[in-house]
Design a protein around this ligand. Structure first.
Ligand SMILES: [Zn+2]
Length: 258
């Protein structure tokens, strides 16, 4: 069984550490900062055995060099000139095996937020590390890709098993839910989720990880084929949109200006 540890960093980032129950070999996902990772390793008596990167933004790779200073460990990530620290480049469909073959991840190319962005899916326990592609009740901004690419990437994640646990990289949930409720005022699952997220944040608790089934029921960016979402996107757009990519593009523009 894989144990996943949440490591808050910066203002609203979440870094992740995971290890097999009973094994002290730990892996860091997107260590934007080294100090909180080192602290978590000490606290949980773990040894850093490798680093997984999803994309090149500084808040996802900023701590890598410091973590490598005293260690000779592999850095997995997309092949990108912007991430020179990657020693084991990965591509769509690759199977990454860790901890002596005991943990495996399927690599999914998810371009859109950045062009080289990848996600890591564990097929045994249905865990997903998705960086800045899918957020709780939202998705990342489209910095490098186009709407067709990003919507395809989100669909790829939406097609994973519904019981998948989604480990995203930011605490943006309340703001995302506010926007989602503009899109779908009458979605009861969304109203219930907002209440739960407000309760968690009031208690200073993270709202992530989330479940893919909850995202499918509440995340407008995964609901681009729902009639209410298509109608809201069309109204914002000022003319009808119907293809998933067009609906997604209208929602993303709307959210960027929200
Ligand atoms: Zn990013």
């Amino acid at each position: 069984m894989i144990n996943v540890i949440i490591v808050p960093a910066f203002q609203d980032n979440y870094l992740w550490l995971f290890h097999r129950q009973g094994s002290d070999a730990a892996y860091a996902v997107d260590p934007g900062e080294a100090a909180p990772i080192e602290q978590a390793l000490r606290k949980h008596r773990l040894q850093l055995a490798g680093i997984l990167i999803t994309h090149h933004h500084a808040d996802h790779i900023g701590g890598v060099n410091a973590l490598l200073q005293q260690r000779d460990i592999p850095v997995y990530g997309p092949l990108s000139s912007k991430i020179p620290a990657v020693s084991r480049p990965l591509a769509d469909g690759d199977l990454l095996t860790l901890d002596g073959g005991e943990i495996s991840f399927r690599v999914l190319a998810v371009p859109g937020h950045t062009l080289e962005h990848i996600a890591y899916f564990n097929p045994d326990e249905h865990l997903l590390f998705c960086g800045d592609t899918l957020f709780a009740a939202g998705c990342g901004r489209m910095f490098e890709g186009n709407p067709v690419q990003m919507q395809n990437s989100l669909q790829k994640l939406a097609d994973l098993p519904a019981d998948t646990t989604v480990y995203c990289a930011h605490e943006y949930t309340l703001a995302n839910l506010k926007f989602a409720l503009q899109v779908e005022q009458n979605n009861p699952a969304l109203l219930a989720r907002q209440q739960e997220a407000q309760r968690l944040r009031a208690a200073n608790q993270p709202t992530v990880p989330s479940r893919l089934s909850l995202e499918l029921a509440t995340n407008p960016f995964l609901r681009v084929t729902q009639r209410a979402v298509i109608e809201a996107a069309s109204a914002y757009n000022g003319r009808p949109v119907d293809s998933p990519a067009e609906v997604f593009a209208a929602l993303r523009r709307w959210k960027d200006n929200f």
